[in-house]
Design a protein around this ligand. Structure first.
Ligand SMILES: Cc1cc2nc3c(=O)[nH]c(=O)nc-3n(C[C@H](O)[C@H](O)[C@H](O)COP(=O)(O)O)c2cc1C
Length: 201
């Protein structure tokens, strides 16, 4: 007998705080792909979750509320959609720092890494440079996999972003738009299956 599965919920964010961020402009395309494939998506702005650089003393003195808020969000969602910049050939400290804080013990006790395990993820990047932040995707893919997320194989690096992303949600290169949309759709499909498997257990 086939059991109906509720739509998966995905958490989306851009890995940049900059108001005119190209990744902030790109992430709605990723979100649209996931929504068109049936997922429910919460798009958050990391400006609303300001965190210090990870410091064990800050954690020992009392976890910042923003960490618990992000951990609660991760617990409520079945996967991640991330559009990341590239800094010096790697992912920005903001993205790694956010993942590191979430991975710390939750208010209830268990390691925050349990919040990621077996969930779906999809990644894209945007840069004004010609390679579009491709190298940051390699590093981010590896970091997410180490946290136990299942990252879909498709990814898109949007180069020449100043021309291709003139405004939020508008990616003028049609082939790339389809690619980014497709990453979102693939994450939704994978999240459906992974969530179904979790629910059956
Ligand atoms: C510290 C730093 C390092 C950067 N390194 C790279 C790089 O390695 N590759 C690249 O394509 N762009 C690099 N850039 C340029 C960023 O791609 C550009 O600032 C981009 O607009 C950042 O993403 P955002 O628009 O989403 O904020 C770097 C920018 C900064 C501030």
């Amino acid at each position: 007998m086939t059991m109906a599965v509720d739509p998966p919920r995905l958490l989306a964010f851009a890995g940049s705080l900059r108001r005119e961020s190209f990744n902030r402009r790109l992430v709605p395309v990723l979100v649209e792909g996931a929504r068109d494939a049936g997922a429910e998506v919460s798009l958050i702005d990391l400006r609303d979750y300001p965190l210090p650089v990870y410091d064990g003393d800050i954690e020992a003195d009392g976890m910042p509320d923003e960490v618990f808020r992000l951990q609660d969000l991760m617990a409520e969602h079945d996967g991640l959609l991330i559009s990341t910049p590239e800094y010096n050939g790697s992912m920005p400290a903001l993205v790694k720092n956010t993942l590191d804080w979430i991975s710390r013990p939750t208010a209830a006790g268990p390691s925050g890494t349990t919040l990621f395990r077996g969930k779906a993820a999809g990644i894209v990047s945007a840069s004004p440079g010609p390679l579009g932040g491709l190298r940051s995707l390699l590093v981010l893919r590896d970091a997410l996999a180490k946290l136990g997320l299942v990252v879909v194989p498709q990814q898109v690096a949007v180069g020449l972003a100043a021309e291709r992303l003139p405004e939020t949600g508008v990616l003028v290169d049609e082939r790339m738009r389809e690619g980014v949309h497709g990453v979102g759709a693939s994450v939704a499909d994978l999240a459906f299956r992974l969530k179904g498997a979790r629910d059956e257990r």
